[in-house]
Ligand binder design. Structure first.
Ligand SMILES: C[S@@+](CC[C@H](N)C(=O)[O-])C[C@H]1O[C@@H](n2cnc3c(N)ncnc32)[C@H](O)[C@@H]1O
Length: 476
């Protein structure tokens, strides 16, 4: 067997990152000794022809070249860019099946990878909206446009030097030019198309890291789900006051419901859609949204859960797991713009949020005032280092409950050690990456914590990503 070979495979299971699993070498009686092939773009129940892309000792990877017999779970993708765009890789999988497979995946991670047993697995909370569910979209400019097969086959002359859209997976400099996306809103599409036309007509340069020059980098659109606030944030490599003023004035004429326009200037080579500083060209420079009964100010660069409606369910799940009586001191680690701290504040004696991004802490302080909450405080802390000195500095009480919601990479072991030293009765761990979550939970469980229950929450329909909430309790 070698790279490039075509194999006919029957897909048995759904695996990590949404790949289909097939097992071959069926001559062996032993289930475990079978050779595993992970197939991109295949689902349980499919019979496919797959081309092998990677061969390892214990497994291989491949991608579907033909669906011989489709799985009962397949459905027709809505988007014309499906298959090329990296945004919604599972749009051709029925949504109920997506939710079911994500649940099974989380279970497997905890049972097989984590080695856990005797804990409760609650049913996944599916997303109410499966299209137009995102409050934030981040588009990229590129001078290397990637064409779809249809575009290539159309025979039309297409300018490949200007693209505004979404990155092609694993190709950082290639962008698929997109004129319609079903993730945010029709208005978002209008802004996207206006922006492309405006800058292309003026032949404005696009930033490339190879040359470290060019103006245009990203277009970020943030749209509130509960208020009418709508932010357009153009990320550029340098300032151009005249061009930005002309862009803002024309954009507002085309889409008058925009409430704020910002220019973030990113001076770094890193391809990130946040700036070193920002200039506001229209409105107040932020949007407001609500989660439950609370209102939140969101600035261009602070983290806010991207699926607002599901965020409420995620926070309710975390609060339910914490089961607060009103007498507890709660620490909210990785507190972002203070959303979890504020959401649970009425059920706790005191909540203290720890977060490293200063603008997020500023937003959190603002959100505390906005909601007239007294029993919450936010502290700037880098949770890669020990945060215990902050307790002494700020004269803080030790926590009864710790809520943890880290980035995808999970927790630093320093922070795990700190939490163990603080000895809280309960830990509620919210994560967008169950693999790093289970790694960290194993560390807590080696120090007298017990995993009680988990509940997945789907925040990202049509992707393989899944959020998961876990409750740990201190063993007596
Ligand atoms: C998944 S978000 C959660 C934010 C918040 N709990 C929410 O629900 O909106 C993770 C947060 O961790 C913060 N973060 C990342 N690295 C950190 C670090 N080393 N120390 C403290 N906070 C960090 C990020 O800025 C981000 O706000």
């Amino acid at each position: 067997m070698k790279k490039g070979d075509q194999l006919e495979l029957e897909i048995e299971k759904y695996a990590f990152e949404g790949k289909g699993i097939a097992k071959i070498n069926k001559d062996s009686e032993q289930e475990d000794s079978k050779y595993v092939v992970f197939v991109h773009g295949a689902y349980p129940g499919d019979k496919v022809k797959a081309q092998l892309t990677k061969i390892k000792k214990s497994y291989a990877e491949g991608k579907v070249s033909e669906v011989i017999y489709p799985s009962q779970f397949r459905t027709k993708a809505k988007c014309k860019y499906f298959g090329t765009c990296g945004g919604c890789k599972q749009q051709d999988l029925d949504y109920q099946a997506q939710a079911k497979f994500k649940q099974q995946q989380v279970e497997e991670i905890f049972i097989k990878l984590g080695g856990f047993s005797n804990f409760k697995i609650e049913e996944i909370i599916s997303s109410e909206n499966i299209f137009y569910y995102r409050n934030k979209m981040e588009f990229s400019f590129a001078d290397k446009r990637w064409l779809t097969l249809e575009e290539i086959n159309s025979g039309k002359e297409i300018d490949r030097d200007f693209a505004l859209g979404l990155h092609i997976p694993n190709l950082f400099d290639k962008v698929l030019d997109i004129d319609e996306c079903f993730l945010q809103s029709e208005t978002s599409n209008k802004i996207l198309n206006f922006t492309r036309k405006f800058f292309k007509e003026r032949s404005v340069s696009i930033y490339t890291s190879q040359n470290n020059s060019g103006f245009l980098r990203n277009l970020v659109i943030k749209q509130s789900q509960h208020t009418k606030d709508l932010m357009v944030n153009l990320v550029s490599f340098y300032e151009d006051e005249k061009l930005m003023t002309e862009y803002s004035e024309n954009l507002l004429k085309s889409v008058p419901k925009i409430t704020t326009i910002i220019n973030n200037i990113n001076l770094k080579k890193a391809l990130i859609a946040t700036g070193d500083y920002e200039k506001v060209f229209y409105g107040n420079g932020f949007i407001f949204d609500t989660i439950g009964k609370y209102k939140f100010r969101v600035s261009a660069n602070s983290f806010f859960q991207t699926n607002t409606l599901q965020a409420e369910k995620l926070y309710q799940t975390a609060m339910g797991f914490a089961d607060l009586s009103g007498s507890e001191v709660v620490y909210d680690l990785y507190s972002g713009a203070g959303t979890i701290s504020i959401f649970i504040s009425s059920k706790a004696k005191q909540v203290i949020g720890f977060e490293t991004v200063e603008s997020a802490v500023a937003d959190a302080d603002e959100n505390k005032k906005l909601n007239q909450i007294e029993n919450v405080n936010f502290i700037t802390a880098d949770l890669y280092k020990s945060f215990l000195p902050k307790l002494e500095e700020n004269n803080l009480e030790k926590p009864d409950v710790v809520i943890i919601d880290p980035p995808r990479s999970g927790m630093h072991t320093n922070t795990v050690d700190d939490v163990i030293k603080l000895n809280p009765k309960k830990i509620v761990y919210v994560s967008c990456n169950p693999a790093t979550q289970v790694r960290d939970i194993k560390l807590f469980c080696s120090e007298n914590y017990k995993l009680i229950k988990i509940r997945p929450v789907d925040m990202f329909p049509h992707t393989y990503h899944i959020e998961n909430v876990a409750l740990l309790q201190k063993e007596e």
